[in-house]
Design a protein around this ligand. Structure first.
Ligand code: PLP
Length: 378
């Protein structure tokens, strides 16, 4: 099955009970048992629900994994994965991970005695140096947010497995349409499905895919024991969103290419961050590892005031957190998504006050360029 076909026919295509071409919303909490313990595979919807199961099968197929799991948010998915670890365990993470990931590690998991170190995962030597006797996992986000650094998934998988570490990849930005970490050696792939997979800014969800039976048992145990599941309505809406992921990602890719060209030539822009640029430090790796460069572009306009002035003039770019939807969104990471990261740490990472991040949508490119022209000329 090719990629766009898989988005539509992957997982459980249609409802086996009625022939309905879509799996319906099974809005149900419990299931009749013929005798004690004799049932049709479902007992209670925290443990399993047919609509959620259809989504879980779909993401498993898209990521070429062994089993998929759906959670109430990306953060619930990340939390479930790190509930695999114990007090005293240590995790290595990409230094400019999503702000919420930084927060859960430094403010929640740290309190439970799960230690973390943030390293530049584009540097294999830095990873090797940071491995401690109690290190249990490497967690990589690639490309990163908002600086779009690209980590070599296959190379880090090799380092992780040399040291018997679990290798986890947050694949939110690239999506399974452009990048599949499991065939490259990841043990677990996770998503904030709130972004491109949902694609319409209408739901919050998280997905996890594991590559073997033992991890599947462990994550299912946690999903059921802790209970941060996705409800059937949102599971259904997410399946619906995923059907057009390919069309959306390709339209976004075309628009992003035009916007990057425009920004690179604009005198008010001092720097553009995008893996598709030949000047991007990991451009060659990106070309090899992903089938598309994605729809996130960051650029520097020099100061907080200039960023604010740009935002005021825009019509089609909506000022909002989040990304990955049909509508173009714009944000200032230092003041919004990355505000939970201390200022000194932001400076270290290069998240300057004038850094602007856009999530390219599928509007007509002429309108988007006109909008940015107005904003940048202000
Ligand atoms: C948004 C996001 C998350 C968190 O997901 P939620 O669905 O908001 O809980 C995690 N990782 C990345 C890369 C994200 O962009």
């Amino acid at each position: 099955m090719k990629r766009k076909t898989k988005l539509i026919h992957g997982g459980i295509s249609g409802d086996p009970h009625t022939g309905a071409v879509n799996v319906p919303i099974y809005q149900v909490s419990t299931y009749k048992q013929e005798e004690i313990g004799v049932h049709k595979g479902y007992e209670y919807s925290r443990t399993g629900n047919p609509t959620r199961f259809a989504l879980e099968e779909l993401i498993k197929d898209l990521e070429e994994g062994f089993k998929g799991f759906a959670f109430g948010s990306g953060m619930a998915a990340i939390h479930a994965v790190f509930t695999l670890f114990n007090t005293g365990d240590h995790v290595l993470l990409t230094d400019d991970v999503y702000g919420g990931t930084y927060r859960i590690f430094t403010k929640v998991l740290a309190r439970l005695g799960i230690e973390s170190t943030f390293v530049d995962t584009t540097d294999l030597e830095a990873i090797r140096q940071a491995i401690q006797p109690n290190t249990k996992a490497i967690y990589v986000e690639t490309p990163t947010n908002p600086l779009l650094k690209v980590t070599d998934i296959r190379a880090v998988a090799d380092v992780a497995h040399e040291h018997d570490l679990l290798f986890v990849v947050d694949n939110t930005f690239a999506t399974p349409y452009w990048q599949n970490p499991i065939p490259l050696g990841a043990d677990i792939v996770l998503h904030s499905a709130t972004k491109y997979l949902g694609g319409h800014s209408d739901l919050v969800a998280g997905l996890v895919v594991v590559n073997n039976e033992k991890l599947a048992e462990d994550i299912h145990f946690i999903q059921n024991a802790v209970g941060g599941i996705l409800g059937p309505q949102d599971a259904w809406l997410l399946i619906r969103g995923i059907k057009t992921l390919g069309l959306r990602m390709e339209a976004i890719e075309r628009n992003a290419h035009e916007i990057v060209t425009f920004l690179s030539e604009h005198p008010a822009v001092s720097k553009v961050y995008y893996p598709g640029l030949t000047s991007h430090p990991q451009h060659e790796l990106s070309k090899k590892q992903t089938a598309g460069f994605g729809g996130i572009i960051s650029f520097d306009v020099g100061s907080d005031e200039k960023a604010a002035a740009l935002l005021k003039k825009l019509t089609y770019f909506t000022l909002a957190e989040s990304l990955g939807a049909v509508e173009s969104l714009i944000s200032v990471p230092a003041r919004m998504t990355h505000a939970s990261i201390p200022a000194e740490r932001r400076a270290e990472l290069g998240i300057t006050p004038g850094l602007v991040r856009i999530s390219v949508g599928i509007e007509d490119i002429e309108d988007l360029i006109e909008d940015l022209t107005k904003g940048l000329n202000s």
